[in-house]
Design a binder for this molecule. Structure first.
Ligand SMILES: CC(C)(COP(=O)(O)OP(=O)(O)OC[C@H]1O[C@@H](n2cnc3c(N)ncnc32)[C@H](O)[C@@H]1OP(=O)(O)O)[C@@H](O)C(=O)NCCC(=O)NCCS
Length: 198
């Protein structure tokens, strides 16, 4: 894939929104029903996120946007926000390249929040060295660094990089939350090497 990573510009706004709402389809039927919305991200919410300092980097193939990852600077930490690869291209390394890129932009400890039920996303971050913090620490961190409703706090997890874990979390690292019995793992597409379908 002949693609490169660039910081997004205003003209990319609609493409970012489209990628998020396409990729967020993975949550349908997985996250709690009361947290699912159609579309998942509204235009005004994305505007608000950007106004609050979420900067997006994206993988482009020419002018086509294939995946996005936001980063938000929050005092002593950096947050990875809104990481999405278009559905047909997931599992090809775009997320890994974007994560590597945004990590290279910050020397602060890095935190990521995601749905507890999004086992594939948790696996993705764990594969890149992030570890889940304990439920108590998650509640504290989501309250301190995020602006999300209480219900979202209850249904989310936080993963931290080794810089954060080394400083604050070693004894507090939690085992992954298994969930409540629903099928948590999204079936993985068996199209990893099928370039035509991606
Ligand atoms: C999570 C996400 C951003 C990762 O991006 P990506 O481009 O698929 O990531 P990569 O290809 O670099 O890594 C794939 C890894 O992610 C996981 N993964 C997540 N979704 C996957 C999918 N549909 N197909 C294959 N692997 C998937 C696997 O652990 C995989 O690891 P492996 O390659 O060792 O099998 C992307 O899958 C996505 O948009 N998912 C839906 C939305 C979401 O969960 N966003 C996270 C918000 S915090």
């Amino acid at each position: 894939m002949n693609a490169d990573i660039r910081k997004t510009k205003e003209r990319d706004f609609e493409s970012i929104l489209a990628v998020i709402n396409d990729a967020a389809g993975a949550y349908r039927g997985v996250i709690p029903a009361d947290r699912w919305r159609e579309p998942y991200m509204r235009r005004d919410e994305l505007r608000q996120e950007m106004a609050c300092g979420v900067d997006f980097w994206a993988m482009f193939d020419g002018e086509s946007l294939l995946g996005v990852m936001g980063m938000q600077d929050k005092n002593d930490v950096s947050l990875v926000r809104h990481a999405y690869t278009i559905t047909t291209l997931q599992g090809q390394g775009i997320g890994a390249r974007l994560l590597h890129h945004v990590r290279s932009l910050s020397n602060k400890p890095m935190l990521i929040g995601t749905w507890a039920a999004a086992s594939w996303a948790i696996g993705f971050y764990e594969k890149h060295g992030f570890k889940m913090v304990s439920p108590a620490e998650k509640n504290r961190l989501l309250g301190k660094y995020w602006s999300i409703p209480q219900r979202q706090v209850e249904t989310s997890v936080v993963l931290a990089d080794s810089a954060w874990m080394d400083t604050y979390g070693q004894e507090d690292a939690a085992q992954p939350v298994v969930g409540d019995g629903r099928q948590l793992r999204k079936p993985r597409p068996s199209r990893r090497h099928d370039q035509h379908r991606r």
